[in-house]
Write a protein that binds this ligand. Sequence first.
Ligand code: SAH
Ligand code: DHB
Ligand code: MG
Length: 218
Amino acid sequence: MEARWEAVDAYIGEHLLADDPGLTAVLANNGVHRLPPIDVSPAQGKLLYLLAQMAGARRILEVGTLGGYSTIWLARALPEDGRLITLEVDRRHAEVARENLDVAGVGDKVEILVGPAHDSLATMADDTGFDFIFIDADKQGNPHYMREAMRLGRSGATIIVDNVVRAGGLIEPDSDDPRILATRALFEQLKEEARIDATAVQTVGAKGWDGFLIARLR
Ligand code: SAH
Ligand code: DHB
Ligand code: MG
């Protein structure tokens, strides 16, 4: 089925996503620098863009920058005076992202904090009031990143977590993959969390079978 999922993503792209030489160049530049091709897909990037716009986001937080592909989609959703902070542990990824963000024309809206997200988040004491938070870094960190998102988001904030389905791995309680176990811990956490209203949507397409957790902070 995978080939068919990809073909449908291509069809969606042809009809609903404008030709975007800038973003194509970003992915090419990521390849030149040998970044892993684990960016969100174009259709997913546009979903993030639309959700951020629908939320009227003026301040966005992203955990996990890579080459800034998702960052660019999100930054494009911001108004003129909007700001985005993105967290990346790998200096080389952050350097490629900086280049890509500048070429894409959104560099002035985006601050990249280099270092473990855990540490960068800890330094964000008064930097609260985010409207939209996208979590897409090490999956082991997701329970902690969700707690931090709840601390840093405003009431009504949108919180999205990437890669929560992992080809169905989500429902394997005996998985030996710490990323799966952490995602399951995140779901257990949210089961008990009255301040979060959430769902998860499974996705298929160019990035295989995965899914987004979509939440609203009360
Ligand atoms: N959001 C990007 C993809 C991110 S891939 C996009 O869709 O375009 C995950 C990124 O998280 C990688 O660049 C990886 O280096 C980074 N990462 C991994 N562990 C991290 C940590 N502890 N803190 C911050 N970033 C981390
Ligand atoms: C991986 C990470 C991602 O954020 C993603 O979207 C796909 C794969 C990974 O670490 O394998
Ligand atoms: Mg991801």
